[in-house]
Every structure is written in structure tokens, then in C-alpha cells.
Design a protein around this ligand. Sequence first.
Ligand code: SF4
Length: 466
Amino acid sequence: MRNPKIGVVSLGCPKNATDTEVMLGLLNEAGFEVTFDNDEAELCLVNTCSFIGDARKESVRTLVELADQGKELIIAGCLAQHFKEELLTEIPEARAVVGTGDITKIVDVIKAVARDSSLRVVEVSDVPNNYDDEVLPRMVTGVGASAYLKIAEGCDHACTFCIIPLLRGKFRSRTIESLVKEARILVKGGVKEIILVSQDSSYYGLDIYNKMALPELLEALHEIEDLDWIRIMYCYPTETNRALLEAIKRLPKVVKYVDIPLQHSHPAVLSAMARPRNPEKVMDLIREVLPEAKIRSTFIVGFPGETDEQFEHLVQFIEKYRFDRLGVFTYSKQMEVPSGHMDNQLTEKVKKARRNRIMRLQHDIAFASNKAMVGQVIPVLIESFDESKKLYIGRSQWDAPGIDNQVYVRESAEAPVYMAEVNMVLVEEAKPYDLIGVAYSGTEQVVKAAVNEHDGALVTPVSISR
Ligand code: SF4
């Protein structure tokens, strides 16, 4: 099989997505043809996820589906790191497994299996501790004008429910110089929003600069012309300090959006999770330094031993802090991590009931937060056009791709809509998880609108005067 045409599937988190883009960039640079139509492919590179049970099932399902289509497989990512050579035994169509710390060896792996049809390769470091600070070639696959920038790999925390440190290794930051260089290339290619990702972005730099250097990184990225937005994903409670929040406030290109998974609120549950016990402290600090910011968080319900009282504590915490964006997950038992061996594992029925209760509560909080936006003029990064609705689709600075709200935008007589650009939009209507608005040219005077509390629709239209 000389120079096979390579198909690709990328599963899991944005960090995995950037690894996929780097592997495609390296293969492309080495002269391999990459296709996004797997029907055409002879060999499929599947970058897998193994974070929790459901993600693992999806990875295996994807591999089996491709194998059933007669595809030969290169298995990369967390499932490869997790199960290594076992995957070659379980999936005969697998020609190679490539670990999370071995993505830069992808070209050699594919050259080897292309040369010898009987060869099957295991390229998985026991402990992923690779350190790739150089700017690697990358095939950006994201939609619109956004790109992820992975600022570090691995994690030094040991949350008792999380398998990531086992699959991604210790925390390893890239240097500011290398990240700025890569960001400049992305912006030169038309990117307007750089989204900083890692397992714990607020920890950035502690391993190489002996201090939390995210503010310095933000300052350096802020110098890049033609870059409109810088977004930070995955902050950790105890490291989200005043210096970081003041840098977010001071730098106009840094969106006023704080993504901070808290996982729970009750000190006893947080202790059992091996996580910081006082989330109120960081929430009050964010509200004090960045009152204009919108906060995203995620919570786990049904952790082993979680009592009704502890769950009620979480419900009251969410009612008190009213998160603008929120994700809630049911605890997923895994034997590779300490919580899998804890007593008092709860039933799926209890876990689901608790998740649904929080989602009902969050529906009303999110809707109220969106209603308060009606009549405001906000910047929106336009990413696509919906032919059926004849509306443009974008995201506000308070919305990360794939997990948060969308803004539906129509053109106005005064203002066209520019694709892959940040446009000013007058919000006309609120939905629980989306906004609807009109392009705003900036010359019109906006008079405050009245909103029907029930469905977020306008009582009196937003009036525009010259
Ligand atoms: S900080 Fe995040 S990635 Fe690290 S162990 Fe905890 S949950 Fe996992």
C-alpha cells in the first residue's frame, strides 16, 4: 500500500482536536493525501477519547463501524494510551496504536505500515511526557474563524474521578514565544479568535517559569494585530487569582468569559473528589473583579456517597451564583481512578434525576440571562449561514464553540453581515439557549425594548432612530 489515502475521525475534547490537526499537518507535509471523506480512504486515522465510559463506547463504536467498512485503522489518542496493544488484539483491522505523547511519530508509523502489509505497530510511551515546543505543521479543521491553541499538555492535579493524568501525563507548558509564533500563523491564515486550551489553563507556566504565567501569555498574544478575540478554557478554582482576572479585564481582546469547572459545592464531596473545598471564594472574586463577565462551569452529580443534603447544597449554590453557562454530568464509575473503589456508589436512576433537576433549574437561569440581553448591541463572530432559516449563525464573546449558545443574525437595510468576522448585532429576541438579532451598523440610536418575561419575545419593538 504505497502512500495510502488517509481518512480521519477526531473524537473527544478540543485538546484532542488540536492533536488531530497536528498529525494531519505532519502527514500532509510528508506528502500523504488526507481526505475528510472516509469512503475514499484506504487507511483511517481515528483520534479517540477515553475520558469516561460513554466516550470510550463512542470511540469503540466508531472503530468498529470503520472496520466493518473494510478500513484499516490507525488508533491514536486516549483510548490508544489507555489500552495500548490490547486494541490490536481486539480489533484485527487496527494496523497501529499511537499514544497521546507520540503524535509526532505518526508519519514514521504510517510509512512503516504502508511498506509492510503484515506489520502492526505499537507506538505508545508508557508515560506520555513528550515536550513539543516547536510550532508543528497543522491542518486547521475548525469552522469559521476560530482555532484552538493548546498551551500545555497533561495535568498535575489528581481529582479522584479523573483518568486524564494517567492518559496525558504531567503538566507540560509550551513557551510563550512558541505559542505566539503559532498564533501569528493562525491569524495570518484568517483566524479571528484564538481559544486557549489545556487540562488546566490557569496553571500555565508554573512548570517552566516557576510562576503562573497566563497573564504574560495573554499580554503577548494581545499584541497580535488582526486578532479580535482571545478565549481561555478550563480554569482551575485555586489558580484563578486576582492577577489573572485583572489581566482578562485589562486586555480588550480577551473575552469577558470565565470557564471554570467547579464540579461540586459541598466541602465533603469536594474533599472526596480531591478538589478545592471553597468554590464560593473564587466565585466572589470573579464577580468582584469581572462583574461584566459571563461564567461557565460544570458539575458532577451522583458522586459516590453524595447525600440528599449535599445535593441540595449544590442546587442552592447554583441558584445563588446563577451561572450564565452550565454543564452537568452524572458521575461515571471507573476502576482506574480512586473514586471507582469508593463505597456508596449511587444508582443511575438517582444520578439522572439529580442531573435533570439541575438542568431544569439552569433552563430558567439561562433564559433570564438571555432576556437581559434584548435591546443590547453585542459583538458576534459570524461562522455560518442557515439556508433554511435564511439567517447567519454566530457566537457572542460569551459563547465557546460547540458547548454554549448561538446567535442568529439577519441583515438589515443599513448593515450587511460579514462572514468569519466580528459583527455588531442588536439583540431583538431571547431563547433559553440562543439569541436572535439584526446586524447593526452603529449609526442608529437604540431605544431600550420591553420583553415579554414569558417567552422572551418583544412587547414593543426595539426602536431605532438616527
Ligand atoms: S484538573 Fe481536570 S484534567 Fe486534571 S485531574 Fe482534575 S479533572 Fe482531570
